[in-house]
Design a protein around this ligand. Sequence first.
Ligand SMILES: [Cu+2]
Length: 120
Amino acid sequence: MTLLINLAGLLLMVGIVWWFWLSKSTTQSQNVSDQGTTIVVADGVYSPATLRAKAGETLTLHFDRRDPSPCAEQVVFHGLDVSEFLETGTITTVTLNNPPAGEYRFTCQMQMYQGRLIVS
Ligand SMILES: [Cu+2]
């Protein structure tokens, strides 16, 4: 019986490790198109978590928040002075006006959710 509990605990730990490291590292990058790009906010990750865009363009980002926890309620673009509250069950559009070339992090207010915007 004890062995079974230990085994269950071990499996749980493996699951947590997989969830926090491996599942995040495999998220792909996506080019931000003129039509706008949808970013799903769920399970502690932005999908896609890496966005690429060309300098000199206005970027339209549609945030689809599916995580009801308060952790996910705000998105902050560091270095661009942009932040927005996201509501669940609806799409919140964030417009970035011609961000200069560079790499910007976007996170929730507690920085649990992590994303990158690469403008070049
Ligand atoms: Cu958070």
